[in-house]
Write a protein that binds this ligand. Sequence first.
Ligand code: HEC
Length: 191
Amino acid sequence: MAPEWIANGFRAHFRTLRAAGVAVAIAGAIGASPAPARCFPWSIDMYRGPEVQPYAEAPRVSPDGVLPVHGGEPPMGLEEMTIKLHNPLEVTPANLFKGKRDFDTYCAPCHGANATGNGPVAHLLSVAPKDLVAGPSKELPDGYLYGVIRDGILAMPSYGEVLPSTRRWQVVLYVRSLERAAAAKSGVAAR
Ligand code: HEC
């Protein structure tokens, strides 16, 4: 399309030049001043060109349920994660160790080292972090904790980017171990 258009442009231009040449020749022959120089068509090329409009065609939309080739997770809301996802990990010292390491790094600043909601920066927040050992999440399935870590909830930011799936489940195991420890301490039967 473009080369054809350019060719047409050239032809039109040469016709203009030829006409101008004839006009100059005639003007010279009759002793008049030459015609004023004609503007090249280039000046309005961008205006007349076969421009491509961004979004003239809809961007490619992925079919439902596809996953990125380099790994990824199916989109799932918190409710669905709460119901459908189950912790695939065993309570082992290694998993608890890694869960504690991530909890202390990413969760304890707000929720506190014992997950009771009194971390060192909690007083700076307009919404108080929840008590994870005695709050509602204690009664909710592991998938809920996992989903909150992945996507965040209301005033709590998402940690899905920094904590990949296995590490989220390790944090969940560790939070459960804190709940058990708190329950044992207060004499209430552990879950
Ligand atoms: C920047 C502070 C902050 C950090 C860091 C943080 N949270 Fe939260 N979290 C909050 C706040 C604030 C809420 C209450 C949100 C609301 O109700 O608006 C909350 C709520 C939650 C809840 C829901 C509690 C309930 O009873 O429904 C869970 C579960 C939770 N956080 C777990 C975690 C875990 C696990 C981590 C570490 C990966 C973490 N949070 C890191 C601030 C934080």
